[in-house]
Design a protein around this ligand. Sequence first.
Ligand code: SAH
Length: 349
Amino acid sequence: MISRTENPLPNLLDFTLEEMEEFISSLGKEKFRARQIMKWLYQSGSASFDDMTTLSCDFREKLSRIARISRPQIVKIQESKDTTMKALLRLEDGLFIESVLIPGKNSWTICLSTQAGCAMDCKFCLTARQGFKRNLKPSEITGQLITLKYEMPQCPEITNIVMMGMGEPLANYDNVVKAIKNLTSDFGMGFSNRKVTVSTCGLAPQIIRLGRDICINLAVSLNAPDDETRSNLMPVNKKYPLKVLLDACRQYPMPGRRMLTFEYILMDGINCSVRDAKKLVALLKGQRCKLNLIVLNEYPGSPFKSPSPKTVEAFQQILLDHHFTAILRKSKGRDILAACGQLSGSFGK
Ligand code: SAH
């Protein structure tokens, strides 16, 4: 039986380094113990206080009475023909989420979920259909990576992190920022901030806030060249229309010389005509960015259709002719519903 009552003991995987230091100090212990514990949790994958042999037996015993270490549990792993892997994970309260491992040339990217379900209601996305369940805690965001890394025997070496799974990361702002801190800290998973990307549907105020708080890559799901089309596809556009969104994007400082990415799903008859391409060129004039074009991934019951290769090529060519970096993203893992917008946390149940 899965207990649905919240465990009252703090989960150490929810703490940032500063919070861990505070917690350890409150127990009358030296501050550097916090760093030792972080290393056990993130760099050794310890799921039990017994592992933490740099701490005294007494202290370990005390910790096990007043705190806990809890991370998502693997329920099932599915592998696509193209070697993309999708993991179904169970959270403490019995909810399910999905994470995806995507192969690159010399890299593996993990796509993390940040919410169970999603409240944004984008019309082309399967996750939206299940509605919003709840925000994931920091331990449930970083925990997807930690669990797969330390518990999945065939887990590849993960080189990149994208927050593009289930949910809207910037609608779960505080927990997402804490998770990023632990993923990029020297005492956490140690990823470079250049290797971490957050993808948002366009919550403009949080984009500005993120740019001030933390320095990581940002991707924005644009998907339309004008407000009318975008509002029909993505209700968030009614609150933060294109002018407000693009203004927030211009204020976002990217690490090093990297550029902000706009993601653009191509949907037949909706947003990828020659006229749409020209409107997009005009909209993004002077904006420092690159474009990722994604052919719509259809799912059972999907109201939209993917365009023909000819339509896709013509759309991309217009952007290239106007000196935009426009990359056509090959969707991976479609056969196991692991591609963008296909995550449901249900494994097709
Ligand atoms: N909420 C965030 C992250 C989750 S969606 C965001 O909106 O960016 C991750 C990406 O998948 C987004 O770029 C989104 O536009 C894309 N996506 C959603 N549904 C899709 C579908 N059916 N086909 C292709 N891409 C899709």
